[in-house]
Design a binder for this molecule. Sequence first.
Ligand SMILES: Cc1ncc(COP(=O)(O)O)c(CN[C@@H](CCCC(=O)O)C(=O)O)c1O
Length: 395
Amino acid sequence: MSTQFTLSGRARALTSSAIREILKVTERPEVISFAGGLPSPATFPVERMREATEKVLREAPHAALQYGPTEGYTPLREWVAERLGRNGAKIPASRVLITTGSQQGLDLLGKVLIDEGSKVLVETPSYLGALQAFSLFAPKFASLPSDAQGIVTDQITPADLEGARFLYCLPNFQNPTGRRMPLERRKALVELAARAGVPLVEDDPYGELSYGGEALPSLLSMNPDGVIYMGSFSKVLAPGLRLGYVVAPEEILGKMVQAKQAADLHTPSFSQRIVHEAVQDGFIDRHIPSIRSLYGAQCQHMLAALEREFPKEARWNRPEGGMFIWVELPEGIDTGALLAKAIERNVAFVPGAPFYAAEPRRNTLRLSFVTVPAEKIDQGIKVLGELLKAEIAAL
Ligand SMILES: Cc1ncc(COP(=O)(O)O)c(CN[C@@H](CCCC(=O)O)C(=O)O)c1O
């Protein structure tokens, strides 16, 4: 009798991350990948991390290799709270939970806030990793009207907000569109959500990657008791550390801690202590300008290549920070089918459809401009331009 595995209904409903699936293909060195939001390896502070690792193993080896508290390494929680405080959000360290990447924060939020059929408000489009994490709990997504500046707050009605468990948004350099929500809309969104009693979930892994260096106030800073904030070390240090954090009012955070206990007990002590050591003495503030400068140059390089190589019918944004350019093509173009042809020519991107909770616009695609060097951007965009011109000619 062969072993019979019976999948749970939840497992049967699981789908793969389009980004993760494409990344399997892009491991071939000849592939020029604009797919994953993988930070440029040139930004990884290798020497700093080596020194921090050696210091941690010299000064606190047993604590670094031992189990630790689910909430996280207290000095790191305090560092996060202090840094957010300098950016205008006065919150106690007791509201900070260190997570295994901010992606785990999305999973924990789903576990704690979503029942089957719960109404969850999202942007149009939104981060596919969040849609995937939340979908595990079978919510009823409601996509909010959005434009080049994010959620169109003056089109939100009380009926939109009625009964929503939370509203998930990315005000800074949004994934996948690269857009940034202006101050007036941030204030309006916080006001609308507070009046309706709907929690805001502010996902902010790219907040410090503004090319101009200036920052707009976080939603968290405007209403700490009504906003759950998520941050990450992935884009300002390195994603392989798998270190992120969630900031939430104590009642919710306590439930996320319980959910995390059941998931992984705690975030690796080793990573937390190394990162805490690495970020001392203002290292992050000295390090981030070099990332902004590189990504700003990469962005300008890709924009020039798009102007040069893409068909005149294509439209795209001009981001002021972050890692992504969002391309819209004529109706009838299916970027899912286009990806297969692009991969045959060793170029990869993420088709737009998986970023939509409903009514996917298949004539869209996301390009990450930070991961490959400038000359590869030229080569890859030239190939995509040729493929797009052929597709449009065949419409
Ligand atoms: C809005 C938003 N929220 C959370 C995450 C997860 O970042 P971490 O877990 O903190 O590394 C991300 C990272 N997303 C990247 C990386 C995904 C990498 C991958 O799936 O391999 C992307 O969209 O390509 C994000 O953009």
